[in-house]
Write a protein that binds this ligand. Sequence first.
Ligand code: URA
Length: 241
Amino acid sequence: MNHQISQGERLQKVLARHGFGSRRACEDLIAAGRVSVGGKVAELGRRVDVACDEVAVDDVVVGVRPGLVHYLLNKPLGVISTAHDPQGRRTVLDFVPSEPRVFPVGRLDSDTEGLLLLTNDGEMTHRLTHPSFGVEKEYLAQLRGYPSRSALNRLRQGVCLTDGLSAPARVVQVEPNLVKITIHEGRNRQVRRMCEAVGHPVLRLVRTRIGPLVDRSLPPGEWRELSPTETRSLEVAVAVR
Ligand code: URA
């Protein structure tokens, strides 16, 4: 018998811990041939070494490596998203545990509020921030003045910025001066520059969604760990298809 395979944790136990349901439900997933280890379809009874085996369900890799953490923070106004500020201002890292060391996934301006993900999962960070994965980010922007239908359409179609045309955005007018803008690029101060370009500078900007992640009840300055289901929804959102 292969020594490596007879050791380690039972695959259904690992899957159950990562939000795929009860151990029994996870056995059913394995029996249905939907689970692979190291690229090979796993059989019932399979054990895995979570430190090095690559486990996938429906061809989407599951982050089973021990020690991975994913925090969702509601960033308050005036806090910066870089790991260190030479001017000594508060950074988002001051709000979350210092161990294990995590990093913000992308940035929010200091004057932007709302959801920010922090993690020590480098691959996830890369995929969430790389434009080719196209993960949506949704913002609520309070604007100066009342945008006309044509201003809203310009935002939808893409506006000319100093670093090129912005990609088409989804824009919903929630109130006369409040718009919900969904983009999948992450350019510097993008939403502010887009709105400014159509004549309506942003007065207040709040990020309300990152891909599948939303949380309307997390108070500013508070953070929480993602649930296994949320982590899985992110894995699916950034999967290579
Ligand atoms: N767009 C902006 O203008 N600022 C942010 O912080 C995020 C997106």
